[in-house]
Design a protein around this ligand. Structure first.
Ligand SMILES: Cc1cc2nc3c(=O)[nH]c(=O)nc-3n(C[C@H](O)[C@H](O)[C@H](O)COP(=O)(O)OP(=O)(O)OC[C@H]3O[C@@H](n4cnc5c(N)ncnc54)[C@H](O)[C@@H]3O)c2cc1C
Length: 254
């Protein structure tokens, strides 16, 4: 997708590298790029992005049968580590994520520097938010700890204390850095309120919805799709088939 434009008829023109399309309604789920598309259309101009990267560690064998979460710190709700049996690694256990600021919008795609500067949107207001974050002892310690976790050799020694909350007998020699796993979470900064938004951010207007940082994460994707579908049906003045939706849920659960 290279451009989204609202035409005078109210229909959206979507330009892509594979041609142009028209749509009456659009939902943009493009990570950090959701905000950039929104801003290109005049929305969300009081938002900036703090790109948070996350990495994982693997064990050499399967230690857990199911996902185990640790308690969240309300100041850092996206940061509680968890452990999962990973289907891509013969169900060996994956611990993480770590969380640290990274000058990237996508972890494994090449970066367009212009987009990064646009997304960071650094000005007096954003700098104030960064300074406030650093003033908070919990957040300052967390940033430092997570930075150390990315340092080769030292990272595992620091991370192991978090992993031991889930499996107390785990040793440093049991875990290895999960190369190529992890991603970016674009946390939104509200420049008017001078705060880092910890939950999801959504901009919706005239049949277009921009989703950023679903919270708590991919887990909420279907709930978000459902509420977006309802909102768009409302905009198009058409009825959402609730009975069919319920039937499909029942079929899936059976
Ligand atoms: C390290 C880490 C650990 C996480 N752990 C969990 C967890 O345990 N549980 C959980 O529920 N959630 C977790 N999450 C959050 C979860 O990954 C995200 O909430 C989820 O991936 C968001 O889905 P999305 O489709 O909105 O965005 P994304 O998954 O970011 O997908 C957006 C897609 O849009 C594409 N895109 C961007 N720009 C364009 C463009 N111009 N044209 C076409 N395509 C474009 C991108 O390449 C990308 O493929 C984690 C996130 C991270 C970073």
């Amino acid at each position: 997708m290279t451009e989204i434009k609202r035409e005078s008829s109210g229909v959206y023109l979507l330009r892509t590298e594979n041609g142009a399309f028209h749509a009456k309604t659009v939902v943009v789920n493009a990570g950090a790029y959701s905000l950039l598309f929104a801003q290109s259309m005049g929305y969300g101009t009081s938002y900036a992005i703090l790109p948070i990267g996350g990495s994982f560690f693997f064990t050499r064998e399967k230690l857990l049968d199911a996902k185990v979460y640790t308690m969240q710190n309300p100041k850092l709700p996206f940061a509680a580590i968890h452990a999962d049996p990973d289907c891509t690694q013969a169900w060996n256990t994956r611990f993480g994520p770590t969380a640290f600021a990274l000058p990237k919008l996508e972890r494994y795609h090449s970066l367009h520097i212009k987009d990064l500067f646009h997304a960071l949107n650094i000005d007096k207001e954003v700098t104030k938010v960064y300074l406030n974050l650093f003033k908070d002892t919990t957040i300052r310690r967390y940033i430092l700890k997570n930075f150390l976790e990315e340092v080769p050799m030292m990272g595992k020694e620091v991370f192991i204390h978090d992993a031991q909350k889930i499996i107390p007998s785990l040793k440093v020699s049991d875990i290895t850095f999960a190369e190529g796993y992890g991603g970016m979470r674009p946390q939104i900064i509200d420049k008017e309120k001078h705060e880092l938004l910890l939950g999801e951010a959504k901009i919706a207007d005239k049949g277009i919805i921009f989703n950023m940082t679903p919270s708590p994460g991919a887990t909420s994707s279907l709930a978000i799709a459902y509420s977006d579908a309802l909102a768009l049906c409302d905009y198009l003045d058409i009825a959402f088939d609730h009975a069919k939706h319920e039937r499909m849920i029942q079929t899936r659960q059976a």
